[in-house]
Design a protein around this ligand. Sequence first.
Ligand code: ATP
Length: 481
Amino acid sequence: MSIQQDNQFQAIISHAKEYGFVFPSSEIYDGLSAVYDYGPYGSELKKNIRDYWWKSMTQMHENIVGIDAAIFMHPTTWKASGHVDNFSDPMIDNKDSKKRYRVDHLLEAKADQLREKGEQQAADTLLASMDALLAAEDFAGLKELIIDQKIVCSVSGTANWTDIRQFNLMFSTQLGSVAEDADTIYLRPETAQGIFVNFLNVQKTARMKIPFGIAQTGKAFRNEIVARQFIFRMREFEQMEMQFFVRPGTEGEWYQYWKEARLQWHLSLGISKDKYRYHDHVKLAHYAKEACDIEFEFPFGFKEVEGIHSRSDFDLTQHQLYSKKKMQYFDTEINQNYVPYVVETSIGLDRMFLLVMANAYEEETIAKEDGTTDSRVVMHIPAKIAPVKLAVLPLTKKDGLPELARELMDECKPYFKCFYEEKDAIGKRYRRQDAIGTPFCVTIDHQTKEDQTVTIRYRDSMVQERVLMSKVKDLVLEQVM
Ligand code: ATP
């Protein structure tokens, strides 16, 4: 990350805290590493992103239904899914500092450094070697690559590395009050398994016909070893996942469909296409047929925000094996019983939140008519998901203006989130709304009393115009639906 990018990223983190978007968890006790709390505007924004996803999946697709499964699941679930044995990352420790690193992160950071020095070719070669060695699970080869690249620990500055080992990322806890009798259970590391184990319940009760999908949002937990970059990599986070069940043989088409559809979802928020790219996986899980990431250009480079995976019948077959319950579907069109294939879309809600914040943040210099300049920090959050849609601002606290403003508040409040404020100069109030990304501000002034018009001010262009107060609700609704 260049100094400029780093400054930009630090500015976003400070802004997120100062304006009530994201706080470090239990901050009065100095925080908890890689765990965060969402404040008043953050929780609104997060909810709006979740709702936007949920609506696009379950309301806009007649063949996708939702569930809300528990975080705790029978421990055999994680045996069947492969998480107990395989949900681990290759790690390496520096013997001098005792600091532990994820191997792929060390090598990716090196590739970033090479790219910054203009050595694009060397960076690409390094990443290609890493992908090939990871795919072959060649840990000795990976260690050699780290040594050949002269990668050193950021704390000790030495290349005194241990061998590479795998570390499981699941958190475990005990079910029941007496430890000796207790069963070890896990905090789910992904929401997907709650969907797989409910496949038949959902298919039967909602009378779903293949192809169909099951969507879910909820918390997931991973004991990430390298937890940094703010809410990009957290130990407790939220996922929005959808498993799409299809007839075997059609998974290739559906994979292409969802790969395209998911990118379109991102673009539907008005975020520039240039900021996105696909990364097709070279290292595929043994059961996976195809997989790709949708990557976004964060201030620290292009990184995964969402994964699309063609998972074959792996999960349902595994659960069939371990539970001894049939996980089959009878397809009346071809008169056949089969275990459906699955195409999954999986996006991190917190990571999407960071994407929206990073994309929205701008420190803008404004040229004024008298030749001087002014500046503002503005969050260009898409109107559809902005925490507050409309700020209603009476110009003064007297002359009946607050009463008129209250009338507008009462009219709009049931439809979208509004904010009322009568304190401070109007310019100062506009700036505060810019900083939280409110797309529309309405000022009630003395003219309102005469002709029932108000001044509406648009966040991005700062253009102001007079409109009838009775039109405000529909004008905002049109932009936020
Ligand atoms: P990464 O390679 O970044 O660890 P992953 O490939 O393990 O991610 P998946 O298991 O595919 O991630 O999870 C799907 C999505 O969940 C990711 O695209 C990401 O948006 C989100 N996600 C995964 N791990 C975390 C985390 N620790 N903190 C926040 N979001 C996460």
